[in-house]
Design a protein around this ligand. Structure first.
Ligand code: HEC
Length: 273
């Protein structure tokens, strides 16, 4: 896919479906623990535990601490395990609300109220939200597989560097994400890096300096790679970030500002990563 040519809406739709379903099918076959049932408010910790945890934590799996043992843990410790500890791959399939309901029910203790403060939402660019301009022929890596066949082939022209230059690259900046494991692969378009995190955020960074243009919260973790395309019939052209989360929500965000244009849960799929 490319944002350099105006692409018909149809193509975008096919891309999104292929992207959501392709990723999703693999998760269906891998394990039934990836059964997603996102509910926001009123999550029932006991029901969630029975559906997603009980099969290992009632003595069946030796290494898994028994529920009696877990009930003596502080609630934040269980939450931490689901968010960034050993249970994060189960936790990422649940919404923030569900993870909290699980931690509170298992331990029988109340968590402190969630705080809106997020240490990753810092280091804003001085000109945020800035301009978002995609120059014809400028280097980019758009989406996971680069093209619709997922060949992951990047020509020297599209990369802006040659293969010989690769061993001589040096780290210019580092942006710390809360979970250091299996974040989404970054997309680079229009001089910006777009990346999702398992903690449920999408970031738009300046590719040159690493400063933050925007960050938006998603319902649950994001492991999918964002795809950028232009919004048809806009002058000057506006661009959209398409990305899916672990609960199979698909988001269309304004690439410049991060503003949500729409959010959908395609009926064709029940599962997502
Ligand atoms: C497929 C089996 C399996 C399932 C399902 C499972 N766990 Fe675990 N869990 C384990 C194992 C095994 C360990 C021990 C990990 C280790 O020691 O490396 C563990 C450890 C933990 C711990 C101890 C802290 C830690 O991070 O090691 C907590 C808390 C926990 N699980 C919570 C949960 C919750 C909540 C769920 C449901 C959302 C769940 N687990 C689902 C197998 C499972």
């Amino acid at each position: 896919m490319s944002v350099r040519v105006e692409s018909p809406q149809q193509k975008i739709r096919v891309m999104i479906q292929a992207f959501v379903c392709g990723v999703l099918l693999s998760s269906v076959s891998s394990s039934s623990s990836w059964a997603f049932s996102p509910t926001e408010e009123g999550s029932d910790g006991e029901a969630l535990y029975q559906a997603h945890c009980a099969r290992c934590h009632e003595g069946q799996v030796k290494r898994a601490p028994h529920r009696d043992v877990m009930s003596r843990l502080p609630a934040v410790m269980v939450l931490h395990s689901l968010e960034r500890g050993r249970m994060k791959f189960l936790g990422m399939a649940r919404t923030n609300h569900e993870r909290r309901a699980l931690a509170e029910w298992i331990t029988g203790k109340q968590l402190p109220p969630p705080t809106e403060k997020d240490e990753t939402v810092a280091g804003f660019c001085a000109d945020a939200p800035g301009e978002f301009v995609v120059e014809a022929g400028a280097p980019q890596w758009n989406g996971w597989g680069v093209d619709v066949f997922n060949t992951r082939f990047q020509s020297a022209e599209a990369a802006g560097i040659s293969a010989e230059q690769v061993p001589h690259l040096k780290v210019k900046w580092v942006f710390g994400l809360p979970m250091d494991f299996r974040v989404s692969q970054p997309t680079v378009v229009g001089g910006r890096v777009f990346i999702g995190s398992l903690q449920g955020r999408i970031y738009s960074l300046d590719a040159k300096t690493g400063c933050l243009y925007w960050s938006v919260k998603t319902a649950t973790g994001v492991r999918a790679t964002p795809v950028i395309d232009n919004l048809p019939a806009t002058t000057p052209p506006r661009y959209v970030v398409y990305v899916g989360d672990a609960a199979a929500n698909v988001y269309a965000l304004d690439a410049r500002t991060g503003k949500e244009l729409w959010k959908a849960q395609p009926p064709v799929c029940d599962h997502g990563r």
